[in-house]
Design a protein around this ligand. Sequence first.
Ligand SMILES: Nc1ncnc2c1ncn2[C@@H]1O[C@H](COP(=O)(O)OP(=O)(O)OP(=O)(O)O)[C@@H](O)[C@H]1O
Length: 258
Amino acid sequence: MTEQPILQIENLDFAIGDQRILKDINCSFAAGGIHGLIGPNGSGKSTLLRNVCRIWEPQSGRVLIDGLDYRRFPRKTLSQMVTLVQQDTYLDFSMSVSDFVAMGRHPHLKRLQWLRQHDLDIIADALRVTGTEIFRNRLINELSGGEAQLVSLARALATEAPIILLDEPTSALDILHKLEIMELLASLRNAGKTILISIHDLDLARRYCDTVTLLQQGRIYYHGMAGKGFAEHRIKEVFHVGVEEIATEHGVSLLFYR
Ligand SMILES: Nc1ncnc2c1ncn2[C@@H]1O[C@H](COP(=O)(O)OP(=O)(O)OP(=O)(O)O)[C@@H](O)[C@H]1O
């Protein structure tokens, strides 16, 4: 018997005003995987992530978590199950990094309940694994773009949600931090988390993702195994560039665009 996917999207349509942005989206994601969302600018990746965590709601179709329509869960319960690291991590309010990361514990607290030792331990752990504990006392609106991305990831980890959505989490990071984040995501995947990540860097996606979902103008063009997803003709047709695989001496191949 095949295991039920942790996340399923069925016949999802989403529009803003009269602009149809997502069209007939059908896909499912196994637990314990890194699932890449790729596609050109404006193809609908961020919009899909926002529909998956119910910041936006589809006009038709369903999102199922563990087989249940997410509209059946109270908002607080849904926030314990799914968390989103947004693309624009411009944090324009004055708050310490540790207070910001502590917000990740809110779905687990009752109204006006103080953080418990258990919560403080989880916050400390989230700061540690993202390498952000060194600026725990800094103000978030004084961080660089890359530092803010790491802190946003720390807050997501503090929720302990089994499904983590990330909207281009490495876009503002230098090469070392990019690799560190992807390695961290790989270890979270190995610990059983389900990660849905929108990512423009196709080489990183090829290296780290188990499956890819390729979007083109709001529709799914390909959904399946990552290896097969990067066939030359698909990249050519969706991104309108020529592409060639260049083998390296490290046993991996890199994409060369022309
Ligand atoms: N708040 C909004 N109001 C109106 N249209 C929007 C809004 N947000 C997104 N769109 C439109 O929806 C479409 C999909 O946008 P989305 O941000 O989901 O794409 P994306 O694939 O994440 O792009 P990128 O790679 O540039 O981040 C685009 O045409 C965009 O202009």
